[in-house]
Design a protein around this ligand. Structure first.
Ligand code: FAS
Ligand code: PHB
Length: 392
């Protein structure tokens, strides 16, 4: 097989990149090792920055998002029995955020690609990227029991944290920065209307909890648990009791309970791979970076990477100009490190540190009080959460 851009990974990064390239008249092929059913039901992110909504619009994939997405004006911080609303439009000159599940984004992009192209191969496992330093890189992959090759001008490594793209970087040029947080998130989906209009981030002595949602009838909630927790140790009743305790405030508010339909534990880690380009191989999304989900940045970073990559490749094929391609890695990494910093700040401010002491508790409360007492500090949180601009 031959194409202009070989895309490894049919998650949000790979699928959106394929859409943007297709609309720019650049042919590409997506190799996804899982099945369509698997990628469409994988429960992950839900909070979209305006830039992500815009990118899906540019890709012609925002029709259902416009109809079903839930636009939010801010978030609530809950701590020490108090509740405080952070008003994004007032603090950022009008920016809002949108709840629309990653599963729905993937379904929308898969449907479009199967209907209009470019080729999307499920059950196609990339084995290696070869000759990345040459002008004719090759992806070796397994599909329908046969080993095949995909010759390209460029390869986009969109294969997530556990993919193979990073393996093509020689150790001499590869730098990885990693931090593993000493706790995880137990996430649930429940068939019950949300107990709040907008997201609640709660810092309690018992641990962090987050109330988010998927629709007016489906709630999504997370709670901090020790690393390595087995979801089977958390029967539904125990989850609801613990969430109710962590969201408790000195006001008339009740956590609605209902049947839990999905339960999973996600490790909390920060990871950045530098550089994001080697020869004709470009990394995007979780293949290059992982952030703790407290800042709702993972999916949004993947989108911002592929927006830059699609623009850079379109510029190259339209005008021969390689300037944006040459600065791709540096430009994306500046944005990635700022999102990583914000995600780390939110995570350390809101989670109980297992080896922490009373001083650490007071530091967390002091940080939260600064944000809820100072317009400047609140504006800094609002600017980061709703999405820092990417200067392209
Ligand atoms: P993905 O991992 O989504 O996609 C990579 C794709 O590549 C996958 O479909 C995989 O099957 C495929 N692949 C891997 N190896 C391959 C190979 N060798 N050949 C072919 N295909 C291959 N972010 C948030 O903002 N909020 C959240 O609440 C949140 N929760 C998360 C929960 C979990 C359990 C995980 C793992 C991540 C979560 N994230 C969250 C982050 C998540 O949304 C990612 O940022 C997002 O999926 C990134 O998209 P991609 O970069 O496309 O990577
Ligand atoms: C989600 O809706 O899944 C979500 C929202 C915000 C976060 C993390 C997850 O910070």
């Amino acid at each position: 097989m031959r194409t202009t851009v070989g895309i490894i990974g049919g998650g949000p990064a790979g699928l959106l990149l394929a859409r943007l390239l297709h609309r720019a008249g650049i042919d590409c092929v997506v190799l996804e090792n899982r099945t369509r059913e698997y990628v469409e039901q994988r429960q992950r992110a839900g909070m979209l920055e305006q830039g992500t909504v815009d990118a899906l619009g540019e890709a012609g994939a925002a029709e259902r998002l416009a109809a079903e997405g839930m636009v939010h004006q801010g978030i609530e911080l809950r701590f020490a029995g108090e509740r405080h609303h952070i008003d994004f439009p007032a603090l950022t000159g009008g920016r809002t955020v949108t709840i629309y599940a990653q599963t729905e984004i993937v379904k929308d992009l898969v449907a479009l690609q199967l209907a209009e192209g470019p080729p999307l191969l499920f059950g196609a496992e990339a084995l290696a990227v070869e000759k990345a330093e040459s002008e004719t890189p090759v992806v070796r992959f397994l599909h329908q029991g046969r080993e095949q090759t995909l010759s390209c001008d460029w390869v986009a490594g969109c294969d997530g944290f556990h993919g193979i793209s990073r393996d093509a970087f020689p150790p001499a040029v590869s730098r990885a920065y990693r931090h593993d947080y000493p706790y995880s998130w137990l996430g649930i989906l429940a068939d019950v209307p949300p107990s709040c209009e907008e997201l609640i981030y709660a810092r309690s002595e018992r641990g962090f909890a987050l109330h988010t949602m998927r629709s007016p009838r489906v709630s999504r909630l997370y709670l901090q648990v020790p690393g390595g927790t087995d979801p089977a140790d958390w029967p539904d009743e125990r989850i609801w009791d613990e969430l109710a305790a962590r969201f408790a405030i000195d006001a008339d508010w009740t956590l609605r309970r209902g049947p839990i339909t999905a339960k999973s534990v996600t490790a909390m880690r920060g990871y950045v791979h530098e550089p994001m380009r080697h020869g004709r191989l470009l990394l995007a999304g979780d293949a290059a970076h992982i952030v703790p989900p407290t800042g709702a940045k993972g999916l949004n970073l993947a989108v911002s990477d592929v927006r830059v990559m699609a623009r850079a490749l379109a510029e190259l094929y339209r005008t021969g100009n390689t300037q944006l391609l040459d600065s791709y890695s540096e430009l994306c990494l500046q944005h990635v490190w700022q999102a990583t910093r914000f995600s780390d700040d939110m995570t350390r401010m809101l989670h109980v540190q297992p080896d922490g002491d009373a001083f650490d508790d007071r530091m967390q409360l002091a940080r939260l009080r600064r944000i809820t007492a100072s317009r400047h500090a609140a504006a800094e949180l609002a600017a980061n959460y709703s999405g820092l601009p990417l200067h392209v």
